[in-house]
Write a protein that binds this ligand. Structure first.
Ligand code: MG
Length: 253
């Protein structure tokens, strides 16, 4: 009698579990063109491609540098001018906030008055996570090593094409960056870069084999584990570079 009772309970539980699993599977299944799918959030686009959409984090809109510091965490000495900020040999411009994967828009201009050549002409850079540099350089009629020209992933990948505007003109970067993922001290997902320079695709989901730090003439850094979020950094390479309209949207990893 007791064995029969146990058998009935066991069969009932199995049925219950089986039914519940099937229900869950039905619930979780995404069917094409299903009206029950969640809707994407509605945002207001910028008036022009330079302007941030309503869900963006504005890092520099032309007047306020309160979200930025220098390399030591002190107030920056970069010069704030009418609608733009300019480097002045006082070190990097560093965001107070920390970011990982993101979509970044930034506008920059190298000096109209050309000085120097190669890497000494209009050099700056955007460092994602304070570590991975998308190069800024006056690459208009200015030859250098291709993995160090404008829109290169520094030391890692030249741009697909050279879409540079002449010195002094405003140029745009639109960059989709996905951070590297580390596990047990090793990279298990590499950093990736998709870059549009002045609206032209110049990096097509490039997965970097390592870091972009300079070590010596022909080497760059390996990946080194770091936190999931770090500041965004603009490089001061001793050339007066202007920046404006800097904003980003954080992305899922
Ligand atoms: Mg640079």
């Amino acid at each position: 009698m007791r064995t029969k009772l146990l058998l009935v309970v066991l069969i009932s539980l199995m049925c219950l579990f089986g039914c519940s699993t099937a229900d869950n599977a039905r619930k979780n299944k995404v069917i094409a063109h299903d009206m029950n799918q969640p809707r994407p959030p509605v945002v207001t686009p910028g008036r022009t491609p330079s302007d941030p959409p309503s869900h963006a984090i504005v890092l520099f809109g032309g007047t306020d540098l309160s979200g930025w510091v220098n390399d030591d965490g002190e107030p920056t000495e970069w010069v704030l001018k009418k609608g733009f900020v300019q480097s002045n040999q006082t070190g990097s411009l560093v965001t107070k906030r920390k970011f990982g994967s993101c979509y970044l828009h930034a506008e920059w201009a190298t000096p109209a008055e050309v000085e120097g050549r190669g890497q000494d002409r209009g050099n700056s850079g955007v460092y994602f996570m304070s570590t991975y540099e998308v190069q800024i350089l006056d690459s208009y009629n200015n030859d250098t090593y291709p993995d160090g020209q404008a829109a290169a992933i520094y030391g890692r990948k030249p741009p697909l094409v050279n879409a540079s505007r002449p010195p002094g003109e405003w140029q745009t970067y639109d960059i989709i960056f996905h951070r590297p993922v580390f596990k047990d001290g090793k990279v298990v997902k590499r950093a990736s870069f998709t870059v549009f320079h002045n609206g032209v695709l110049v990096q097509d989901h490039f997965k970097s084999p390592g870091g972009t730090n300079w070590i010596n003439k022909h080497t760059v850094a390996d990946y080194e584990p770091h936190p999931d979020k770090l500041p965004l950094v603009l490089q001061d390479h001793d050339n007066p570079i202007r920046f404006r309209n800097i904003w980003l949207v954080e992305l899922d990893d």
